[in-house]
Design a protein around this ligand. Structure first.
Ligand code: HEC
Ligand code: HEC
Length: 409
């Protein structure tokens, strides 16, 4: 009897709490309703369902006004000024597998944030067993390069044009229009049927139209936003007037490596370096470490998986974030992914192969008419490697504004 009573009173108490809670709920709801039009629907319902808190159009991440050091002057932005809203749309597109015919591959599949937006694989996997012909490129500081043509062989006239080429590449994302596959128009139709794009294009562009030009504009803004200026090099450069001055925050080894990197070599008339530095800066120019637009090839003329040659690969991404500060390399190097260590790269520049068929080898690499021999000592190799490690930051690998925003990946 006692037991029944206590059960009954517990139940009654529960009932009271329940009623008072629902009353409270009701009253809050009615207060809200009195301030808002009855027809108000959350304009981001589908966006929230796909991205949760990763994307918030009412509180956007900062892409437009990121600080950059005063000594950085190169900028290929042109008319496509970064805005937070368009770069955010670019971020979603960059990680959206719907941009591939099989819904399996996004830009982020081959450009991984953890590896400076490159890929650890020699060639990257695309749709239905397809593979890229060249090694993936890091996307660090793409904005801060004087060479405004993109890809290893500079076949994209601008970053905007570049961004929709992988989508239409048969092996990469597959909207090629070949072998029964859809083309760019099919993709635009497909994206128009996705609810979160309706919401987002309306916010970003004022209407729901999805065009190739809008994809290019927003993807290019996202790629240009990927910047890295928190390296030991930047901390040191801020302390001196000229990048050739010794950096107070560097070890003697790092300063010696910087000097070798920045200084041109002196040769004996027969291609042997007898003094001076090793001349990397002639083409990979500090402080952006971008490629000189007039560079010809560097003697790496192979084609992956073939005995053919290519003489027109004359672009490299910035050499910043090539090696992480902890010494690990982000990915294989060169368009052929030939080198897995920076020492291997130095081995190449130490004895430039002057192959008979290579009539596009840069003159700076055959100063005396034959392939340069740098005659690097072990000490010099240690110094240059130590310097290269100072060119990497940490934020670009971790900042969530460049990360995959999809809740289900
Ligand atoms: C299947 C892998 C793959 C996919 C998917 C992919 N890329 Fe790439 N990306 C590469 C490879 C490989 C290269 C170098 C190709 C070459 O030069 O021939 C490259 C080069 C680039 C470059 C040139 C960088 C430079 O400094 O010249 C940019 C920019 C770029 N990709 C952006 C994107 C964007 C944006 C997307 C999505 C729309 C994308 N990529 C999708 C593999 C991929
Ligand atoms: C004459 C111009 C020139 C000089 C000088 C030069 N390079 Fe290069 N470098 C290039 C070109 C062009 C490429 C792109 C090669 C390719 O893959 O086809 C490149 C690629 C690279 C890469 C690969 C980048 C990547 O993302 O995979 C590294 C690393 C590199 N160079 C380091 C150096 C170092 C270190 C020196 C100095 C010893 C140096 N380079 C001197 C033109 C030059």
């Amino acid at each position: 009897m006692k037991k029944t009573l206590s059960i009954t009173s517990t139940f009654l108490l529960f009932l009271v709490i329940l009623i008072s809670c629902s009353k409270a709920d009701l009253s809050t709801t009615s207060t809200n309703n009195s301030n808002a039009p009855a027809s108000l629907v959350d304009p981001y319902t589908a966006t929230k369902a796909s991205f949760g808190n990763n994307i918030d159009f009412l509180n956007l991440s900062n892409y437009a006004s990121q600080p950059k050091p005063s000594y950085i002057s190169n900028d290929n932005t042109g008319a496509n000024t970064i805005t937070d809203a368009k770069a955010t749309l670019g971020r979603i597109l960059f990680y959206d597998k719907n941009l591939s015919v099989t819904n399996t591959i996004s830009c982020g599949s081959c450009h991984k944030q953890a590896f400076a937006f490159s890929d650890t694989a020699l060639v990257s996997a695309g749709v239905e067993g397809g593979f890229t012909a060249r090694h993936s490129m890091r996307l660090i500081n793409a904005r801060f390069a004087n060479e405004a043509k993109f890809f290893w062989n500079e076949r994209a006239a601008s970053l905007e044009i570049q961004t929709t080429m992988p989508i239409q590449d048969h092996a990469e994302m597959g909207f090629s229009g070949l072998n029964g596959r859809g083309n760019m128009i099919s993709l635009l139709t497909k994206l128009s049927g996705i609810k979160y794009y309706n919401e987002i294009f309306k916010t970003v562009y004022g209407d729901t139209l999805i065009s190739e030009a809008r994809l290019q504009e927003s993807l290019a803004q996202f790629v240009r936003s990927i910047q890295s200026f928190d390296s030991k090099f930047d901390a040191g450069r801020a302390l001196v007037n000229n990048e050739r001055d010794p950096f107070p925050n560097y070890t003697a080894t790092e300063n010696a490596g910087k000097n070798l990197y920045l200084t041109p070599p002196v040769f004996d008339g027969k291609g042997n370096r007898i003094s001076g530095g090793i001349g990397c800066n002639g083409c990979h120019r500090a402080p952006e470490f971008d490629i000189d637009p007039n560079t010809k090839n560097n003697g790496i003329i192979g084609v992956i998986g073939s005995t053919a040659t290519e003489l027109n690969n004359t672009r490299a991404p910035s050499l910043r974030d090539l090696i992480k500060a902890d010494g690990t390399v982000n990915s294989k190097m060169m368009h052929t992914g030939l080198f897995t260590t920076f020492e291997g790269v130095l081995g190449h520049y130490n004895t430039i192969p002057n192959l008979g068929g290579n009539n596009n080898l840069d003159g700076r690499l055959k100063v005396d008419g034959v392939g340069n021999k740098l005659n690097l000592t072990n000490t010099e190799i240690t110094q240059v490697v130590a310097f290269m490690k100072t060119l990497s930051g940490t934020n670009v690998y971790a900042d969530k504004k460049w990360a995959n925003p999809f809740l289900i990946q």
